[in-house]
Design a protein around this ligand. Structure first.
Ligand code: AMP
Ligand code: MG
Length: 271
């Protein structure tokens, strides 16, 4: 890993203090919004080329996990970063409130069903991390139950990595003020009304509890095999570019290659 955006990677043993981290930071890119948008176009093209090779090679599996407070831009990040890729090999899965059937199983059951197979990139819009976030903050299970989950999650992700999955986890970090502005826009703008969920307000009211839950989750589960990246997300253009650069670099590291041509193909003339 070698891009400037690697500064957002959380290493094993790092302390994470989300109040101290600047959600407006744009220090990994020398240039403003316009330059970043042009750069994003390039990086997206790189991702598309690499993704086609990954799909053709049918060997590597890639899992991208996105977590964030409401309005931080999970959906638009998925759209913007993977815009040029083929829907044949890129799938997104959103995890909302669990169904009765999901609740009847262990909490990893529903996400495990959707981990990627060879040649595939799967994106989780929310994930098994909700089971140590909203579940912890809202006390949906006793403390001793959520407390032991960090270890399960680390073991689960280690297992996926051992079996050939590349894992990248992103926390899109917006400030509480920025969220206020974005929620207000959802109220004020007709074309954004559909995004407004009154249920987001009680979540916002517990902001500090969520930040503590995120800090613990990130500190306890960021590993070499399944790193977290805490992405400054107050500036939309910067957040997109940061995630795109990190994804592109990870794909490049995998060095996916087109498989060798079928035997006897050379010089073959189709009648
Ligand atoms: P959204 O992503 O905005 O459509 O909202 C999905 C909602 O589902 C969020 O409020 C999440 O906190 C909630 N959610 C996701 N996973 C769980 C879970 N395991 N238990 C309870 N609520 C969850
Ligand atoms: Mg929502």
């Amino acid at each position: 890993m070698g891009t400037k955006f690697d500064r957002y990677r959380v290493r094993e043993g790092d302390k994470v203090d989300l109040c101290e981290i600047d959600a407006d930071d744009n220090s990994a890119f020398d240039g403003g919004k316009e330059a970043a948008t042009a750069k994003l176009d390039e990086v997206r093209d790189d991702i598309a080329v690499l993704q086609e090779r990954l799909y053709a090679e049918d060997k590597h599996k890639v899992l991208v996990v996105l977590q964030a407070m409401d309005t931080a831009g999970k959906d638009s990040t998925i759209r913007d970063v993977f815009k040029e890729t083929s829907p044949n090999g890129v799938h997104t899965f959103a995890f909302g409130r669990p169904s009765t059937e999901e609740l009847a199983h262990d909490y990893l059951w529903r996400t495990h069903q959707h981990t990627p197979g060879s040649g595939q990139i799967h994106i989780f819009n929310r994930s098994h991390y909700e089971d140590v976030l909203v579940v912890r903050v809202n006390e949906l299970v006793p403390e001793k139950t959520w407390k032991r989950r960090y270890e399960h999650i680390s073991n689960f992700e280690q297992m996926l990595a051992d079996e050939g999955t590349t894992i990248l986890k992103f926390f899109l970090n917006i400030s509480r003020d920025e969220q206020r502005e974005r929620l207000q826009e959802r109220v004020d703008l007709r074309e954004k009304n559909w995004k407004f969920d009154p249920g987001d307000l009680p979540v916002r009211a517990r902001w500090n509890d969520y930040m503590s839950a995120y800090e613990d989750a990130i500190e306890k589960t960021s590993t070499e095999q399944a790193p977290w990246f805490v992405i400054p997300a107050n500036r939309r253009w910067y957040r997109k570019l940061a995630v795109a650069e990190i994804v592109s670099e990870a794909l490049r590291d995998l060095d996916p290659r087109f498989p060798p041509p079928a035997a006897g193909i050379e010089g073959l003339v189709i009648e």
